[in-house]
Design a protein around this ligand. Structure first.
Ligand SMILES: Nc1ncnc2c1ncn2[C@@H]1O[C@H](COP(=O)(O)OP(=O)(O)OP(=O)(O)O)[C@@H](O)[C@H]1O
Ligand SMILES: Cc1cn([C@H]2C[C@H](O)[C@@H](COP(=O)(O)O)O2)c(=O)[nH]c1=O
Length: 214
């Protein structure tokens, strides 16, 4: 799979502020005339949104961890082929809310399947199509969970409902993955104000754009 755009992923635990920052960054890049699209995982296209409903439905309590991992990888594959790759081939900047590192942290580490096993099934799904840059929004899970609990409009999905120790493992998982890919993954302190977090994200993206032009 070849491309000419820039693939940037936003990662982190529940309520870290990824969606808030991605919208802010999109507006800032658009104001500068850059061709940018925002998408998300699992979802972003019809088939993957349907898979999302199955995975995140709070009634799917009996779902096996490996089934969960395979469903995320299947949604990822379809989303990549149908939406992300065409946009990158057109030279766009793709801002994606979650990607492979979510699987490594949630299914690989927090579910205990193993990061290498999850990497293997995802290698099949993505055929080497890794992000150019990943912004990891890091914060204690208590803060993120309190933020989403405050937001009364948001429905709690099956993974939101996991207990605090699971979310602590997710954070540890992300920290391990960041150590595996120090060139690609840049960690942001997501406990700062929303505007400061978004500004840091924008500066990191601009740096990546500059180094891509060189
Ligand atoms: N830096 C911040 N400080 C305080 N509140 C924030 C900050 N960033 C976002 N919020 C608020 O926290 C809540 C969660 O934010 P957001 O939806 O952007 O997080 P998220 O990382 O996309 O969450 P999830 O992955 O669980 O969907 C929202 O109500 C948002 O307004
Ligand atoms: C891509 C991906 C996601 N997850 C989890 C993380 C969240 O709990 C949900 C997605 O909800 P959001 O509000 O859109 O953040 O799914 C996961 O466990 N594994 C993955 O690969």
């Amino acid at each position: 799979m070849s491309k000419s755009g820039l693939f940037i992923t936003f990662e982190g635990p529940e309520g870290a502020g990824k969606t808030t920052a991605i919208e802010w960054v999109q507006e800032a890049l658009k104001r500068e005339g850059m061709p940018v699209i925002v998408t998300r995982e699992p979802g972003g296209i019809a088939i993957a949104e349907r898979i999302r409903e199955v995975i995140l439905d709070p009634v799917s309590t009996e779902m096996d961890g490996r089934t969960e991992a395979l469903l995320y990888a299947a949604a990822r594959r379809q989303h990549l082929i149908e939406k992300v790759m065409p946009a990158l081939q057109e030279g766009r900047i793709v801002l994606c809310d979650r990607f492979i590192d979510s699987s490594l942290a949630y299914q690989g580490h927090a579910r205990g399947i193993g990061i290498q096993q999850i990497l293997a099934i995802n290698e099949f799904a993505i055929e080497g199509m890794m992000p150019d840059l990943t912004l990891l929004f890091d914060l204690p899970p208590e803060i993120g969970l309190a933020r989403i609990a405050e937001n009364k409009e948001r429905e709690q999905n099956r993974l939101d409902k996991e207990k605090l120790p699971f979310h602590q493992l997710v954070r540890n998982g992300y920290q391990q993955v960041a150590a595996m890919y120090p060139e690609r993954i840049k960690t942001i302190d997501a406990s700062q104000t929303a505007s400061s977090v978004a500004e840091t994200a924008l500066q990191l993206i601009k740096k990546q754009l500059e180094s891509d032009r060189e």
